[in-house]
Write a new protein. Sequence first.
Length: 251
Amino acid sequence: MSGAGLPQPAADWAYFLDVDGTLLEHAATPDAVRVDADMRALLAALQARAGGALALISGRAVADIDALFAPLRLPVAGQHGVERRDAAGQVHRHAFPQEPVRRAARRIGAFAAAHPGLVFEDKGYNLALHYRLAPELATEACAVVEGAAAELGEGFELQRGKMVLELKPGGRDKGTAIEEFMAEPPFRGRTPVFVGDDLTDEFGFGVVNRMGGVSVKVGDGGSAARWRLADAAAVRAWLGACAAHRARHGA
């Protein structure tokens, strides 16, 4: 699948981009992902030609995203919208009780440490257990994370992704993050474009569809997205074409 069937880029587009599996191919572990100079240059060019209206929307923590894309520093929503840095550089964080999350982190972390192949990622408010390297442990991993979710109670929820189970505060997701960006300059009044690959991105697709925007699913599988791209390489090529189109037709 290429970008041939997608709408022609418009001057009023605001770009919202997932990171893992969308801009970058999934790696064996989150720490193994790398961002090359060409990707940084592409994002910087597209942001400039979109009048600054480009943001990264990720399950990763904001600090992790900044480290990946440094020295590029973009508007970003991390931990599925629990934390967000707007285009003016102001950081917004939603407060949740920390001690219950720390107890859950200790429980899940101990389980991961006892089972080679599992990777535990403590993002602060979000806790992720990756089993990409040990798919045979999926059932056990799910039981442990479900148990931790039950102890945390109604304020938190279990989010399933590609070979990962994640505990996160309820009421926050990639869709709410996009809505918040769209209420602020330079995104306000534009047409949202969201590109993502995972179950967690479906929240964003729903919001963008309601706003009459462009929702793009990367890879196979059912989705509410209205268009598709094959993989991260296809995403890069399409974004490059979008940037080139805006350069030819004026920002």
